[in-house]
Design a protein around this ligand. Structure first.
Ligand SMILES: [Fe+2]
Length: 510
């Protein structure tokens, strides 16, 4: 029986699964890591352990792995581990894939009938002392933030009854509280939403249950000092789709975007749904929102249509690559108006942003000026003649965008490099907004290796100030997370065993 990934169109070249775990102590550094950077950068990667068992499987259904870059005193250690989801453990035991099309239980092997479909492959966050690996269709996977050991699929000590949990919780920088939501919260196809409020110590304090106006993908949301802001997308599902063995989502442009706004201290009856025009349906990620008087203002990248060719159009039509292009928009909701829609202003267009957008999280919920965006900039020429994989329209730029004045500053990691979403690291706890560094991973398609690149966030055009160079490639990132060492203290340079003891070998699989 042959065993390879040749039947998976998403698993070739640089994207052949790495299927490895590693510790790399004292990584090679080109340039100088700024002395002020002291903390941990985590990223979630999608990296299959086994060839997919279903022809409609997609990369978003791949196993999640957590990469960890730990930085102090201009040095960096690296570690990567798969998340031991129930699915990972079962497939490892069976030595083959047991799960089928994306988020469709009817396509799974019978041996996986009762198992969680959690892949934990979207966002790693640290909250309440835990590392939580998140996938929006499942509860968090709780992990040790130092060893990357997996503990359990986590229901917050039995307090969370929702069956899913967003990959984009928000931590209020002023109060330390975390807010999160669940959609399809009582299982596939359910129109139940749960909005969760956590104490700073990690305790789930309160959940508000509401009904969604449409069962749709709800990937990201926003919070202000006073409100939660919940956008739907045009991605829909149905019992017919699932029974037909399709992947979970299809894009329906006739479904308008809804945005639900509820006071943070409110109840289900206080949720108000606004409704947008259908050609503005696809807001996947948000940048930031704020409440100003009777208005809620949301800034975010937004596409005209389907953002992802892996999710087909419901009418079977061909994918519109032009409609996936995001422009950075501002939506203003008037809470005292009787209108059920919102005002829109386009802040930025002209090149091709993705929906990946980050900011200085110390200013989350409030007025802010800077965002840091991932995009394709044709002005940064990509030297195909030097690369060993064919590339076009690659994500080759980070842009700092000025939400007050509209100006940009742009960053390239090099002519053979592709970038992933960056995280912002403040120069100090009291530094002005945006004063600090961007930290993120780049792939070098000439060397077939990955590196952590660091740039001065207010001088992006100067290029990297440091590159942490890995002697191997990493797999595709979804999101990352930065945790300063005053929030998550650690003993730098120590190899952590699963039981807190040092160990010798670089790789250990239980
Ligand atoms: Fe996301």
């Amino acid at each position: 029986m042959s065993f390879d990934f040749s039947g998976d169109p998403f698993a070739s070249g640089f994207w052949t699964p790495t299927r490895f775990e590693a510790d790399l102590h004292d990584c090679e550094v080109e340039g100088e890591i700024p002395e002020g950077i002291d903390g941990t950068f985590y990223r979630a990667a999608i990296d299959r352990r086994y060839p997919p068992r279903h022809p409609l499987d997609i990369p978003y259904n791949a196993d999640g792995a957590i990469d960890m870059f730990r930085i102090r005193g201009r040095r960096c250690d690296f570690r990567t581990r798969y998340v031991r989801t129930p699915r990972y453990v079962a497939e490892r035991k069976a030595r083959r894939a047991l799960f089928g099309a994306y988020r469709n239980r009817s396509t799974n092997d019978l041996a996986a009938d009762d198992l969680s479909m959690n892949t934990a492959n979207t966002t790693p966050i640290v909250f309440g002392g835990n590392l939580l690996a998140l996938k929006e269709s499942s509860p968090p996977m709780r992990m040790d933030p130092h060893t990357l050991e997996t503990f359990e699929e986590y229901d917050f000590g039995g307090r969370m009854t929702a069956e899913s949990f967003t990959a984009h919780p928000k931590i209020d920088p002023q109060t330390g509280e975390m807010l999160a939501f669940s959609y399809e919260a009582r299982g596939d196809l359910s129109d139940d939403l749960a909005i969760h409020f956590f104490k700073p110590d990690g305790t789930l304090e309160r959940t508000v249950w509401v009904k969604a106006p449409v069962v749709s993908m709800m990937h990201d949301w926003a919070i202000t000092e006073e409100h939660v802001v919940l956008p739907t997308t045009g991605m829909v599902t149905s019992r017919e789709r699932l029974e037909a063995g399709q992947n979970h989502w299809a894009y329906d442009p006739s479904v308008p975007a809804y945005v639900g706004i509820m006071p943070r201290d409110g109840e289900a009856k206080d949720m108000r749904w606004f409704r947008g025009p259908p050609d503005r349906a696809m807001m996947v990620h948000t940048t930031n929102a704020r409440t100003v008087g009777d208005k809620v203002i949301l800034d975010a990248p937004c596409a005209r249509g389907n953002f992802n060719p892996q999710f087909p159009n419901l009418d079977g039509g061909s994918f519109d690559f032009d409609a996936r292009k995001n422009t950075i928009r501002r939506w203003t909701f008037d809470l005292v108006s009787s209108s059920d829609t919102w005002e829109e202003e386009i802040l930025f267009e002209g090149v091709t942003p993705t929906s990946f957008t980050r900011m200085d999280d110390r200013f989350l919920t409030r007025d802010f000026r800077w965002s840091f965006n991932l995009l394709h900039d044709p002005g940064f020429a990509f030297e195909n003649s030097r690369t060993r994989v064919p590339m076009q329209d690659n994500w080759n730029a980070w842009y700092r965008f000025d939400h007050h004045g509209g100006g940009i500053d742009r960053f390239s990691a090099g002519p053979t490099h592709e970038l992933f979403e960056a995280q912002f690291v403040p120069r100090s706890a009291s530094a002005p907004e945006g004063d600090g560094w961007l930290v993120g991973v780049a792939n070098d398609y000439a060397e077939l290796t990955s590196e952590l690149v660091i740039a001065d966030a207010h001088h992006l055009a100067d290029g990297p100030v440091a590159r942490v160079k890995l002697p191997f490639r990493l797999h595709m990132q979804v999101h990352g997370w930065w945790v300063p060492s005053d929030v998550l203290p650690f003993e730098f340079g120590r190899d952590y065993d699963y039981r807190g003891q040092d160990y010798g070998p670089a790789v250990r699989i239980p």
